[in-house]
Design a protein around this ligand. Structure first.
Ligand SMILES: [Zn+2]
Length: 151
């Protein structure tokens, strides 16, 4: 499915995997295909070493966030779970944050109207107060406050 002309959201995700696990484009693609997607749902994946890998073409609608895939691009940071407990954790590397910043600079130039936010910021506003609060998060993804970090 082709994207519309206007990209509204640049959505940051995490792979929800332990840093010590082997998670890369091929394992994520395999997982997503097992969930019934045609291929990897994200448009970009940033590895622990900061390297940026291309997923789906930006011109194709992704599969990364409920009801908001059309007109958004999904960027996935590898990590996000504590190595020991398996609980959500902001454990991304400096190299990942540097690459994410550069990628978002490029993408916001291409799509000046796009908002940068985290997956959890697109959770449903259950009490309709106009804010997505912690109690409303569908999941922790990506385990840090993207808007504060980017802002
Ligand atoms: Zn996510």
């Amino acid at each position: 499915m082709k994207q519309p002309k206007v990209i509204n959201h640049l959505v940051v995700h995490c792979s929800a995997s332990r840093p010590k696990s082997k998670t890369d484009i091929s394992t994520i693609t395999r997982d997503h295909k097992a969930r019934g997607f045609s291929t990897i749902g994200y448009h970009y994946v940033i590895y622990r070493d900061g390297s940026v890998h291309k997923g789906r073409p930006d011109t194709e609608v992704g599969a990364h966030v409920t009801a908001r895939n059309v007109g958004s691009l999904g960027i996935c940071l590898v990590g996000g779970l504590n190595d020991d407990s398996g609980k959500p954790e902001n454990n991304f590397t400096e190299a990942q944050f540097d690459s994410l910043r550069q990628l978002l600079f490029t993408l916001t130039k291409q799509h000046p109207q796009a908002k940068v936010l985290g997956h959890r910021d697109l959770s449903p506003d259950l009490n309709k107060n106009g804010k997505i609060e912690r109690s409303e998060w569908v999941k922790e993804c990506p385990c840090f406050d993207v808007r504060t970090w980017w802002g």
